[in-house]
Design a protein around this ligand. Structure first.
Ligand code: SF4
Length: 301
C-alpha cells in the first residue's frame, strides 16, 4: 500500500498558521515551544503587552529566549521594569545595543535630535538604534515572538498570529494579536505582572524618551509616539509591513505553500467569520466582569 506524501516544511507551516490563526495565546506559545524551542526569541520592549507575553511564555514556552533593544534613549522606568521582570521570573534577558561608533558618527554630524527634522532622519536614527541591533539579535534564530496587537494602531490592523518575516528570513509569531487593551491589563492585574511605571502616567506606548509622550483621553494608543508625524508613518521599522514583502506575509500566501486552485483563508479569520478572541485555558485568563480596565493602560513596541 502506498503511503501519502509527507508535507513540505512550508506546507506544514501554512497549515499550522491556519489552525492557530485564532487560537489562544497559550496554544500559540506551546506551538512555538514545540516547533522552535531555544531557536525562537521574544523581542521585548517591556510595554504592557510584552510583560504579559513573558508571563505567558514562562508557562507555555519556557525555552524561548528574551531580548530587548536598548537604544541609548530608554527611560529609567523601562530599565526598572526590565530588572523587575528579570527578578520575578528568574530569566536571562539579552540587552542588545546599537553600534557605538555609528551612533557617535550620527550624533557628531547631525546632532542629538536629528530625528525631529524629517521622517527620513527619524528612520535613519531608528535604523541605527533599533533595526541593525534587531538584525543582530535575530541572527541564527528561526522565529521571533512579539506582543503586537491589531487594535494598537492603523499600522497594525493586518497583523496575523503567524507570519513570514521575509526581511529577517524568519517566522514571526504574534500570540496576542487579537487581544484588547483591557484584556492585557486584566491579565497584568490578575497575575500581578510587573509593568512600566510610565503606564500610570498616561503613556500607553513607551519607546525612546525623546520620541514618546503621554496621550490624551480618546487619542490613539500610539498617538504619543513620534507625535509630530502623521499616524500612518508611526512605526520604527521593527514591525513595518510593506506591500508584497517583509513585515509579515501570511504563510498560506507564500508561493511554495500555495496549491493550485486553493483560495487560502487568512489565518485570523475563523470559519464562522467571528472576530477572534483570546481564549486562554488558564483559569486566570482575562475578561472577567469584575475588572474595570484602567483608563490609559496599553501597548508595547
Ligand atoms: S524612537 Fe527616536 S530616539 Fe529612538 S531610535 Fe527611533 S528616532 Fe531614534
Amino acid at each position: 500500500m502506498s503511503s501519502l506524501p509527507s508535507q513540505s516544511p512550508a506546507d506544514q507551516l501554512a497549515s499550522d498558521a491556519l489552525r492557530l490563526g485564532s487560537a489562544p495565546a497559550s496554544e500559540i506559545l506551546a506551538w512555538v515551544e514545540r516547533r522552535f524551542g531555544r531557536d525562537a526569541a521574544i523581542a521585548s520592549s517591556f510595554g504592557a503587552e510584552d510583560v504579559v507575553l513573558i508571563d505567558l511564555a514562562r508557562r507555555h514556552a519556557p525555552s524561548v529566549r528574551v531580548f530587548t533593544l536598548d537604544t541609548g534613549w530608554l527611560p529609567t522606568e523601562t530599565h526598572d521594569v526590565i530588572e523587575a521582570i528579570r527578578r520575578r521570573y528568574d530569566i536571562e534577558i539579552e540587552v542588545v545595543r546599537p553600534d557605538a561608533a555609528t551612533v557617535e558618527r550620527l550624533e557628531a554630524s547631525r546632532g542629538l535630535y536629528s530625528f525631529r527634522r524629517s521622517v527620513e532622519e527619524r528612520k535613519e536614527c531608528c535604523g541605527i538604534r533599533k533595526l541593525e541591533p534587531l538584525r543582530r539579535a535575530l541572527s541564527g534564530r528561526a522565529a521571533w515572538v512579539t506582543g503586537l496587537r491589531r487594535e494598537q494602531s492603523i499600522t497594525r490592523t493586518g497583523v496575523q498570529a503567524i507570519e513570514i518575516d521575509r526581511d529577517n528570513g524568519l517566522v514571526k509569531v504574534n500570540p496576542l494579536v487579537a487581544w484588547s487593551r483591557e484584556e492585557v491589563w486584566t491579565w497584568i492585574r490578575r497575575n500581578d505582572v510587573p509593568y512600566n511605571a510610565l503606564h500610570d502616567a498616561g503613556y500607553p506606548s513607551i519607546g525612546c524618551a525623546p520620541c514618546t509622550r503621554p496621550v490624551q483621553p480618546g487619542e490613539d494608543e500610539r498617538a504619543g509616539r513620534w507625535w509630530w508625524e502623521s499616524p500612518e508613518k508611526r512605526e520604527c521599522g521593527l514591525h513595518e509591513r510593506r506591500e508584497g514583502g517583509a513585515g509579515g506575509d501570511s504563510p498560506q500566501a507564500a508561493p511554495q505553500s500555495r496549491r493550485s486552485g486553493d483560495s487560502p483563508r487568512p489565518p485570523h479569520e475563523s470559519s464562522s467569520g467571528d472576530s477572534p478572541r483570546p481564549r486562554d485555558e488558564d483559569s486566570s485568563r482575562p475578561g472577567g466582569d469584575e475588572d474595570e480596565p484602567r483608563p490609559w493602560h496599553g501597548v508595547g513596541a
